[in-house]
Design a protein around this ligand. Structure first.
Ligand SMILES: [Zn+2]
Ligand SMILES: [Zn+2]
Length: 215
């Protein structure tokens, strides 16, 4: 009996230690509140995107661009990603849309969140659905590395669709050691050439995703 008691103390101690590590590595300011409504056609446990032809251009190896969203897949059991290139006649009711559009020179990409009635809602509210717009002018055409730039932008926008925010710029936060107090993260806002925006999802992105959706 005594042995059992000691064992349970050790187990609860190890839970406390891992919870402590967890709490110091993610930051609530790095992700949004709200979740998907249960009536959503898909949700974070099976987040599907269909890439429409406007976001598939001959300037890109677009399979390389859009398959990079799988970097978010399986980090937690509660977040899974599906990607499909649109083809005529395919059922799209269980996917969110990815479209290409000329957004000018200031914006690489953006997400738009909708209520169940189709109204645009704020990013930290409860969403029924979401769409991603990729800037086919700036990201796809103007960089020396269009496929890499578009891939980084797409991973970033999918991160927003998973409720991740731009990480707080605060050097007092754990891991926020880069320029202006940023962490190394795909979720940093900034030009895709900046060194604090890596070519794939970073540890701090993973930590925030787990903090948001659980392990
Ligand atoms: Zn952080
Ligand atoms: Zn952003």
């Amino acid at each position: 009996m005594k042995f059992k008691r000691i064992l349970s103390v050790i187990i609860s101690l190890s839970v406390a230690v891992s919870a402590l590590t967890f709490n110091t590595s993610a930051h609530t300011g790095d992700y949004f509140s709200g979740t998907y409504l249960s009536t959503s056609p898909c949700n974070q446990s099976s987040l599907g995107f269909v890439v429409y032809s406007s976001a598939q251009t001959t300037l890109l190896n677009y399979n390389d661009v859009y398959s990079k969203a799988f970097a978010w897949d399986g980090i937690t059991d509660n977040v899974n990603i599906r990607i499909a290139m649109y083809s005529s006649g395919m059922p799209t009711s269980t996917f969110y849309g990815v479209i290409g559009k000329d957004l000018g020179t200031e914006t690489l990409g953006r997400i738009t969140a909708y209520s169940s009635s189709g109204a645009t809602v704020s990013i930290d509210s409860y969403w029924h659905s979401v769409s991603i717009t990729m800037n086919t002018s700036d990201v796809f055409n103007n960089s020396s590395y269009p496929t890499q730039s578009a891939a980084k932008t797409f991973m970033h926008e999918v991160g927003h669709a998973l409720k991740l925010a731009h990480p707080e710029q605060d050097s007092s936060l754990t891991g926020h050691t880069y320029e202006d107090g940023r962490p190394l993260a795909i979720m940093n806002q900034g030009f895709v050439e900046e060194t604090y925006v890596p070519t794939t999802i970073a540890t701090h992105d993973r930590q925030n995703l787990i903090a948001k959706w659980g392990e």
